[in-house]
Design a protein around this ligand. Structure first.
Ligand code: AMP
Ligand code: ZN
Ligand code: ZN
Length: 299
């Protein structure tokens, strides 16, 4: 077993992409410092910002909320109750329990009251479940942040999430995606700033941090995502990384450095305000209000 680079004690993790082995204590310390470094590197936010952390009840977002507060940032949580049966009930419980433990404020949005549950929306939509769910979540992150005076929304997306999404979009040569995905999306025409402070941590690293801090998170996956292709792309990337350590991180970081600037569109999007809810949209009525209309008709 390798030894911790700092103190020489038995290491609990070796990160080949950083050529770094660390013991329990020094891994936690490193993880927090590295989060701060990523926040500063991408100018995500400062101590003056009011941050809304989107919390799913999973390891990444709970760990993110924990780290941000520990680093001294002003961060509250936002949980969207998606109405996906027992899975949603259990994840809500994890969020509430954690909020209580850290004495944090958790805002809860119940989709059933606001709109309709994800299963009901999927029923009336021609989109895939994950696409409907992503749309509705992003809409609410933005709306709640603006209504309640938050300057930035932070999500728990990790390196595995970002690199696997990148891989699938490269395989399809989705140029739009390549110019749009970045760990910071600046505030623009009714959209608040969005950031991903964990974008350089692997899933294994965020899971270990959550575990070492006794964070009780929901382990089961959303029942809709069981055979999602993202799981497959994550597996493929991990196999490549096993054979050639460091490839996953390099693939993502080189995209940020070399590819994103080439595809990024400088001109601003032509955004309008939705005639129904006032949120920014490309058309006259935003996709969420159109879904709402469909639910009304079918119900
Ligand atoms: P996912 O799309 O499930 O991989 O989640 C990506 C990120 O979105 C998570 O790390 C959270 O920050 C956020 N998120 C996912 N589900 C929810 C939810 N139900 N409520 C609030 N935030 C969520
Ligand atoms: Zn050590
Ligand atoms: Zn609308």
């Amino acid at each position: 077993m390798k030894k911790c680079r700092i103190c020489g004690k038995r290491a609990i993790i070796y990160m080949p992409h950083h050529r770094l082995a660390l013991c329990r204590e020094h891994f936690v310390e490193w993880f927090e410092k590295y989060t701060e470094k990523t926040i500063k590197e991408f100018k995500m936010f400062t101590k003056k910002d009011k941050i809304l952390v989107a919390i799913s009840g999973g390891k990444d977002s709970l760990a993110l909320w924990h780290v941000l507060r520990k680093l001294g940032y002003e961060a509250d949580g936002l949980y969207i109750h998606l109405g996906i049966g027992e899975y949603s009930e259990r994840s809500k419980e994890k969020v509430m329990k954690f909020a209580e433990r850290i004495g944090g404020k958790a805002i809860i949005v119940d989709l059933k009251e606001e709109l309709a549950t994800i299963p009901e929306l999927v029923e009336v939509s021609s989109r895939e479940a994950c696409s409907v769910c992503g749309l509705v979540k992003r809409y609410n992150f933005n709306k709640v942040a603006k209504e309640r005076g938050y300057s930035v929304v932070a999500t728990g997306h990790n390196l595995d999430d970002e690199a696997s999404a990148l891989l699938s979009n490269v395989l399809n040569w989705n140029e739009k995606y390549l110019g749009r995905k970045y760990p910071v999306l600046e505030e623009e025409g009714g959209f608040v700033r969005k950031v991903k402070p964990f974008c350089k941590f692997t899933e294994k690293e965020t899971a270990l941090y959550a575990l070492l801090n006794g964070i009780d998170f929901i382990e089961e996956e959303c029942p809709f995502s069981e055979d999602a292709s993202s799981v497959f792309y994550k597996e493929i990337l991990n196999r490549i990384d096993e054979r050639s350590p460091g490839t996953k991180l390099r693939f993502y970081l080189d995209y940020l450095r070399k590819v994103y600037p080439k595809f990024k569109k400088e001109e601003k999007k032509e955004l309008q305000r939705c005639k129904v809810c006032g949120e920014p949209t490309m058309g006259e009525i935003c996709p969420v209000c159109r879904l709402k209309e469909k639910v009304k008709v079918s119900g």
